[in-house]
Design a protein around this ligand. Sequence first.
Ligand SMILES: [Zn+2]
Length: 1035
Amino acid sequence: MDLFDSNSSEHANLPRNMIENSMFEEEPDVVDLAKDSTAFPTFPALDPDEVTYEPRSSRLLVRGLGENDMDDDEEDCESSARLLGMSFMNRSSAHRSNSSPYTRQAPPRSCSRPSSRTIVVCVLFLVIVASMTMVLYFLPACTFTKAGCPKPNKTNPIEPVYPISTNGELFPWAQLRLPQSIKPLSYDLTLNPDLDKMTFTGRTVINMSILHSTNRIVFHGANLSITKATFMLGDGQASDVTVLEYKPRQQLAVNFSEELKAGQYCVLTMEYSANFSNTYDGFYNSSYIDKDGNKRVLAATQFEPLSARKAFPCFDEPAFKATFLIKISRKKTYMTLSNMPKAKSTNLSNGLVQDEFEKTSVNMSTYLVAFIVANFTSITKNVSGTQVSVYSVPEKIGHTEYALTITSKLLEFYNNFFDINYPLKKLDLVAIPDFLAGAMENWGLITFRETTLLVGNESSLLEKQVVASVIAHELAHQWFGNLVTMRWWNDLWLNEGFATYMEYMSLQEVSPDLETGNLFLSVRFRALDKDALSSSHAVSTDVNTTEQVEEMFDSVSYEKGASILLMLNASFPGDQQFRKGIIEYLKQFSGLNTDTDDLWNSLTQTDKPTHHMNVSQMMTSWTSQKGFPLVTVNLMGNQVTLTQEHFLLTSDNTTHTSSLWNIPVTYVNDSCSLAPECRQVFTLKNKSDTFKLSKNVTWLKLNYKSTGFYIVDYGKDGWSALTEALSKNVSVLTHEDRASLIHNIFALSRLGRVTFRQVLNLQKYFSLETETSPVMEALLQLNNIYRQLEKRQESNLASRMKNFIRGTFRDLIANQTWDKEENVSKQELRSALLEMACSLNDENCTHQATSLFKKYKDSNGTIRIPGDLQQTVFTVAGQSDETWDTLFNMYVHATYDSEKRKMLKGLASTQNPQRLVQILSSGLRGSLIQTQELPLIISTMCQSFAGCLFAWDFIQENWDRLIEKFPIGSFAIQTIIKSVTSQSSTQAQLNKVQAFFSGLKERGSQMRSVQEALETIKLNRDWMDRNLPTLRRWL
Ligand SMILES: [Zn+2]
């Protein structure tokens, strides 16, 4: 008996509602935005798919048709689909993805036209046959027996409904999560990649322990063709076994006639073959052109979250930690890398070499395994006993030094900060030419995009900031994520929120010249913006489908996660309290898996003796509910009343939640507002609370330096008092506080809580502002309104808005130089201001940029454009047809990746329809422009009206190709959807977006980012409806 498995609470939930809902909806009339505008050519359809489908036989079901049929399994959808027969299939045929469970057939040849009488007779006949079939189908077989049908027995437990494996046998598992009866202990992996044929063979030996008696072993495997499998129990004889496969859940299983008993050990050995993945996950191939113009191929892995199973059969969930011994064969001209140092190399009889790596000295989750076959070169340094190396393609080795230097500093910092030494003997950082994510923290073998690892010594600090931040993030994961891992993807934030927080925190210590503070501040503002929508989710939230796993990689897990950690750290009295709790947590759970409560408990324990704050109680209110509070402050003499409510942007005004947060509200006042000592704290736990100040004050500023994750409304008088004070002396508040006032008032205007008139009153102050973060926040907010006006084709109002923005920052723009600038914060300010000025066609700006581009071109690249000005210069160059071609040529030949991406953004900012089409098609094909850059291209195009029409058209035409490259729900898809919709604000645009996405059905219609897009457009529409009259009067 296998009670343990059947008691498991996790139900397999493939996206049932997606399929079900879809079947009863009308196919929407998808309107093509770009085609509405006759001035533009239509987009060429790429690789048109054939259209008819047949159901995949492996998904037919064996089941007793009783009242249990309609439980939460995808099978129900399938049988419903079967009942609806052709109508369902035909619907699907309009759009399909390659991963669709239906295979293609050629369309029937056309024939002569039948008479109308024949048609009527045929239709009648078909209707009668179909009705009878359905009646027979719906009635259970027992209807026609003598005994009739038994009464349903409500007390019987629900029996699992098993699906059918590819070979026709019953597959012994019906859930997404694996059973807990078997625990893998170690893996021996042998891989034989063939980079010429783009295939590989492998042999996987899994040593396992049986925790609960069971008749089955269930694990993962995807796109692997298993050629041989043997099983051995204890010290017994190995014997052949059949491996069953259930493709929809990427699961494999072996059935046993005799029960495997708890406490026994066993070994499963499998040989298999597979193709390299042609997306960015699994064991995938990548290529680049070397300096002699030859194409060089390489193979690398990206397993997080669900793709280790594409390279070898395994228990692919983060809680199944094990050790790994890896062997890879290669040609003599290649080298291999894996998590551990190489133990030995052996010459094989076929002329290849087999590299064997040391067995991992730590237990690790499958998503952290990695291996690479390539011909990279490296530089190396010993840091406190760890061999640190940075690898790149040979041509770019000159750009690896900065990464090695900053990694060495960060490794020492973390070893010390966490009070636990990095546990492996080596740490490799590798720049992969074709890589979708920013980087991946594989234990001992961190992989990066070239942009996020390679930087020249002559590069600006702003460019180094990117590299340093990503390295700091990935290194933090070696502790947070690798050493201590979340139990399941619902707590992904334990990995990502922490690594994001540590990234900023560590760099402020290790390299203060990089000034990462401004970056972290703006990241917190964007996290608030996203979390204000009702489509947001709790930091720690249910994850029951593969799409939901992908969706967890979003700004709530990363940025809100980091923000609440900052808030917690800032609410402790000293700076060691937080660190102590973290060390405690890492030591207690080293090598294990945790959930959110484990972290709060560790932090509560260390806090008790000094502070008596219940961390667990406070932080649970931030991780278990979505959104954040709006704190309203009312000041009467020296009496302060604070009220909290959910800051929820909603277009129907009916949704109100009763959520309450445990908020460490900080505040400063007019007599002491700058130094950290001025800061006072009041914990607001209830809906409303009152406290007294020691004396009367003119104004209060809450959320000192914006370290808390909430927005503040000061009321009409409070806002006036603050504006007044700032207009007299900008420096009366810290620049973080000024930036947060700007962010908050725009957010309140979106909420409908303050009038836009009040927002504009603050302009009195921000035209005096010169500091980077407040200026950038104001620019971003105003630019967003300008772009929305442009996309509504309110051209008159848009150009008045343009003048207003230029006018507000005129002096500041005029003060910017075009020479080399050393200070990071000044570089940030300058690049934001000049990019904006040039995009608004400021003549002086475009003139300067054009002449700098000419100098750069004429010097054959020997004169370098300062890194922070490159984007402005390349974007201006992208506007004229003549310089666009030059820029494209430069792009194709540029080796330096961060410069290359800026060139690409310049190219994508063109308004020329042919060129827009050229870039998009080239990016989709992956020729000249890598497919990994499509999200960047689309987000750049969407800054302009014409570009966005094209991008939107492109996305609709090529949706299936896009989700083939970027999984549904992935961050790349989230970016694409957000870029193309976030500045829309009309009902017509809303209708079109809604029509397209609802037509996607199971191909992405239920994604959270789609809900977010629709909500955002509605909110934009409502804001415009409310404020257009004000804008017209006032601009
Ligand atoms: Zn991360």
